[in-house]
Design a protein around this ligand. Sequence first.
Ligand code: FAD
Length: 393
Amino acid sequence: MQATASALGIAALALWCASFVLMLRLRALERAAGGLDRLYWWHHACGAFAYLAVLAHPLALAAQAFDAGGWRAAAAVATPPGEGAAVRAGWLALALLMAMMIATFQVRLAYARWRVVHAVTAPAFVAAIAHAWSFAGPGLRGALASMLAVALGALAWRYALARGWVRAHPYRVARVGHPGQGLLDLDLEPIGAPIGWQPGQFVFVAFREGPGWRGCGEYHPYTIAGRGAGQRMRLLIRSLGDCTAHLQTVRVGVAASVQGPYGAFLAQRDARRPQLWVAGGIGITPFLAALGNETGPAAPIDLVHVHRPGDVPARACLPDLPSALPQQARLLAIETAGDVGDVWAAITARLGALAGRQVFLCGPPALVDALRPRLAAAGVATGDIHSERFDFR
Ligand SMILES: Cc1cc2nc3c(=O)[nH]c(=O)nc-3n(C[C@H](O)[C@H](O)[C@H](O)COP(=O)(O)OP(=O)(O)OC[C@H]3O[C@@H](n4cnc5c(N)ncnc54)[C@H](O)[C@@H]3O)c2cc1C
């Protein structure tokens, strides 16, 4: 049992360390995972299994003590004499990790607050290493020191990424439009070398300062909605929270830092096969980029746009779309109060059989998750259903 408890502790630290590396948006790892959302899934999975192993570690020790000396001995595992500081460091790590897991998976905190709570994982990890160090022999201490170095390096790199000290490309706002209230249509122009991107990819952008205007300075993800004149990159941004609401007033000339591109949402599209694209609200942006990129003859595309009644920004994405559609594409706009049954009924009534199509879904997780099983039941191969969620936590 002692060996089991030690193995659980070491496994927890190794998984925890891996979860730090997985949040660095490393291109090789993103490619291997099949997109940044998948990479973040692995980050979550490693974090969750690390947490379970941390929880199981004292339980295994208590079980061993119970075998040897009953309840009193099991309870004494929590505060063994002579090892107070080391054990307290272990409990601190567990408590901080627990708070972070609850904030991520149980409570729907505002994104900015969630990020602050998420950051407690750094001191928690250091406390866990301090705890393990006190009980480790020289061989294991080498492994612990390596894990600490990797984790601190990853945290430092992640901090530099969030601040824009690394991998940031300078751009400026070159055009601003307001197709409807709460929706911003802008072009970003590179100041140096432009980034290369493919339809379906997104970038992290931090809007900074310009004539009479100051952005919130945080990086947020936005899908590239198309190419503007020259090397410009078009973004459509709806007002959703503090940062994007303030952004609606951005002006031409404001500086922006761009990181990316990321994602592989439309990478597996085969233009020779009939397509079904379903966009929820602002989730239309990757499809706009793909439509603007159509060059030669391609198989039919049905683009379904779903929005709620009275959702002005979502509706504002549409007006000039029908005239911009290539010959092989048609649009089905569905207004619904959020009932996916309505969406599904409208899709099947208009399009009939769906088997054999490639399907791409982009929008709120609830819409994407509800459509997947219906598509599979309608005969679409699961490997032909691709999705991107406009939500990262
Ligand atoms: C891959 C991807 C592509 C996106 N593309 C577009 C797009 O083309 N156009 C568009 O209008 N919106 C897009 N979004 C959503 C956009 O990123 C959020 O609306 C924006 O970040 C909200 O920030 P806020 O401060 O205004 O709102 P907040 O109140 O801070 O957040 C509202 C919600 O936005 C999400 N969010 C906030 N900050 C971040 C962040 N730094 N990283 C990830 N998610 C965050 C969270 O789900 C949060 O609950 C995309 C999101 C993702 C994940």
